[in-house]
Design a protein around this ligand. Structure first.
Ligand SMILES: *Cc1c(COP(=O)(O)O)cnc(C)c1O
Length: 366
């Protein structure tokens, strides 16, 4: 089966004698002893099992584990490491998981943040106790590209795990396991959900090894699991993922080119642009460059805020990956320690008609 077919047919388990076409939602928290499959819904339930099968298939892994949020999924990886582990992580990454490493694991693990697009810096950061390389490509919010194959060679030589946050790329455009990753992480809140109405996260593993068993324990015992309703909604949304991503990438490309040529725009960050420093590596590991575009506005944070206030179709809100366009000034959201340029706006390019989006941007930029 190809991607579109997998998305529609995997994880649709029908056991009802009336044979519904779509798997029903099983809300029961408990299951009669002796059924040989399910015990209690924190440990497993039919809708979560369907979602996990679907995610494993799309990311080409042996197994998947669904969580209540992307942060719960990422944090589960750090929890599964032996105490005293050293992590090499990107200097530009999702700030919530950066906070998880720094705040929750202070005194438990050590972390070095480096520019992952610079392999020499990554090599210098390695220590004898380095057990995890954390990669996010494209990264949030600067859209930096990391050469996943190259980092996987370093991880293998070190006997460490390579985990990749694939939220921005989605499995439609990038399969980190094919590029050498051991674990793939997703915030399902974003493109998987696709409609800004579900919170969720996931991990997918290349092989079911001892580390994966540890992650399963974190999931089951830690209990940061999604409800059956959310698992059902995610399966439903993923059925259209491939087609939504085709729209997102087409629209993002048009917007990036428009912004590149606008006199009020200082710089555009989009891996699909030939001028992007990671463009060639992105082209070698992705089949599409995604739907997120960042840009800096001339005139600083004030000019950026003013522009955002004039937009009609781009909601000034955090998050990304929904059908509706969103825009936000990241530095304002990331707080006083943010290294993001203060005049940087991140756009999650939606599926509205691109002429409407371009007209709106043009009037707001003035
Ligand atoms: C949103 C996001 C997360 C965190 O996911 P939540 O579902 O908000 O907990 C992690 N990584 C990336 C790249 C994200 O965009």
């Amino acid at each position: 089966m190809r991607f579109e077919t997998l998305s529609i047919h995997i994880g649709n388990q029908i056991t009802d004698s009336t044979r519904p076409v779509v798997q029903p939602i099983t809300l029961s928290t408990t299951f009669e002893h002796g059924n040989g499959k399910m015990l209690y819904s924190r440990a497993n339930n039919p809708n979560r099992q369907s979602l996990e099968e679907l995610l494993a298939a799309l990311e080409k892994g042996e197994d998947a584990a669904a969580f209540a949020s992307g942060n719960a999924a990422g944090t589960a990886v750090y929890q599964a490491l032996p105490p005293g582990s050293h992590i090499v992580a990107p200097d530009d990454m999702y700030h919530g998981l950066h906070n998880s490493m720094v705040q929750l694991f202070a005194g438990i693990h050590e972390v070095t943040f480096v520019d992952m697009s610079n392999l020499e810096e990554v090599k210098k950061a390695i220590r004898p106790n380095t057990r995890l390389f954390w990669v996010e490509s494209p990264s949030n919010p600067l859209l930096k590209i990391t050469d996943i194959r190259k980092i996987s060679e370093l991880a293998k030589a070190q006997g460490a795990i390579l985990a990749c946050d694939n939220t921005f790329a989605t499995p439609v455009f990038q399969n980190p396991i094919d590029l050498g990753a051991d674990i793939v992480m997703h915030s399902s809140t974003k493109y998987f959900g696709g409609h800004s109405d579900i919170l969720g996260g996931a991990l997918i593993t290349k092989v079911k090894d001892a580390f994966w068993e540890k992650i399963r324990i974190v999931q089951r015992v830690g209990g940061a699991v999604p409800a059956p309703m959310d698992c059902y909604l995610l399966c439903r949304s993923i059925r259209t993922l491939a087609y939504r991503m085709k729209g997102h990438v087409e629209h993002a490309t048009i917007l990036a080119e428009f912004l590149m040529n606008h006199p009020k725009v200082e710089k555009v960050f989009y891996p699909g642009l030939k001028s992007h420093p990671g463009h060639e590596i992105a082209a070698s590991q992705m089949t599409g460059f995604g739907g997120i575009v960042s840009f800096t506005v001339k005139g600083g944070a004030e000019a950026a805020d003013l522009m955002v206030s004039k937009l009609h179709y781009f909601a000034n809100a955090t998050s990304l990956g929904g059908v509706e366009s969103l825009i936000e000034r990241r530095a304002a959201v990331e707080g006083p320690n943010s290294k993001t340029p203060p005049n940087l706006l991140r756009v999650s390019v939606g599926l509205e008609h691109t002429d409407d989006l371009l007209e709106d941007l043009a009037q707001a930029l003035g």
